[in-house]
Design a protein around this ligand. Structure first.
Ligand SMILES: Cc1cc2nc3c(=O)[nH]c(=O)nc-3n(C[C@H](O)[C@H](O)[C@H](O)COP(=O)(O)O)c2cc1C
Length: 126
């Protein structure tokens, strides 16, 4: 299951109020916290019945790792490619490899969903 798509919500962090009033789905960095929360909620409820694909604000190694810890087995990105170019994919892969080496692990599998319960216990992102 891909979690999720864009949002029609307008988070308080948006700086350009005129653009924030435009209709349609918001993607990218301002969507990161909300989509990561929904991902964690889905991971907790799905109980490993199927793999989850994270979408929403993945644009770096740090956001990729956060999505994996929230429950993603696969990552999807669109807006990050527009702002950062295709090199962002190489950067993410290098950062994931570095995270594995730091943790002396051979696989990211044990990282999947490791933060999900803690994320769902937090207050809902504004
Ligand atoms: C310009 C644009 C077009 C999109 N078109 C589609 C689409 O046709 N079908 C779909 O399921 N999602 C579509 N999406 C949503 C993306 O697949 C993705 O779920 C969303 O942008 C969040 O990821 P991101 O923050 O990495 O962009 C589109 C997003 C953008 C920005």
């Amino acid at each position: 299951m891909i979690v999720g798509n864009t949002t029609v919500a307008r988070p308080g962090s948006l700086r350009e109020s005129e653009k924030a009033r435009e209709q349609g789905g918001l993607s990218g960095r301002p969507l990161f916290r909300l989509s990561t929360r929904v991902l964690a909620e889905t991971f907790v409820r799905a109980e490993n019945a199927f793999p989850l694909i994270a979408a929403g604000g993945v644009d770096s190694g740090a956001t990729a790792i956060a999505k994996i810890k929230a429950g993603a087995t696969l990552l999807q990105l669109y807006t990050g490619l527009i702002y950062r170019g295709i090199d962002v994919v190489t950067e993410i892969k290098e950062d994931l490899t570095a995270a594995l080496k730091r943790g002396h692990r051979s696989s990211l599998a044990s990282m999947v969903g490791s933060d999900a319960a803690a994320i769902t216990a937090d207050s809902w992102p504004a």
